[in-house]
Ligand binder design. Structure first.
Ligand SMILES: [Mg+2]
Length: 159
């Protein structure tokens, strides 16, 4: 089985702006993220993004906008030799109805674990919101709550 480092997106990989980030011009990769992803992969971890994108349900942007942004993100990370292994996101939000895939629901973690044959007990999650942590802990993933836009380099000493 594989091990994984799961990452929230906004506030962990790219700068949390206090509003939805869906335009390429607003996407700012945080310092140290690419290096940390690279190290995690070198140490045998898959790196998987799990993100809530409730702005889609609210009609603020589309799945196409989101996918385009993720191509851009992967391009920036690839330039540093650190593309993530997979990206899962929930387009849902309570405004349009409950869903199991939106964190703190754990469905996207379950899908990721199934697709990548992940042993959750040997895996980690970094998020900047309590719902990130709640979702991951449902599957026994060791989780770290950070301040938005703070360094994730500490994870390296756990890997
Ligand atoms: Mg976040």
């Amino acid at each position: 089985m594989n091990k994984a480092v799961f990452l929230d997106r906004d506030g962990v990989i790219n700068r949390e702006r206090g509003e939805y980030t869906f335009k390429i011009k607003d996407f700012e990769l945080l310092p140290g993220v690419a290096a940390t992803i690279k190290t995690a992969k070198e140490r045998g971890f898959k790196v998987i993004v799990i993100s809530n994108q409730g702005g889609i349900a609210k009609g603020l942007y589309t799945v196409e906008d989101t996918d385009k942004l993720h191509v851009h993100m992967q391009g920036l990370l690839s330039k540093e030799g650190a593309p993530v292994n997979d990206i899962f996101y929930s387009p849902n939000h309570e405004v349009t109805g409950a869903s199991l895939d939106r964190k703190p629901g754990s469905l996207l973690f379950e899908k990721a674990a199934y697709r990548h044959n992940i042993n959750c007990e040997q895996s980690f999650m970094i998020g900047d919101s309590l719902r990130d942590i709640e979702a991951a802990e449902k599957l026994g993933i060791t989780s770290f709550l950070i301040e938005p836009n703070s360094s994730i380099e500490f994870i390296v000493k756990h890997l």
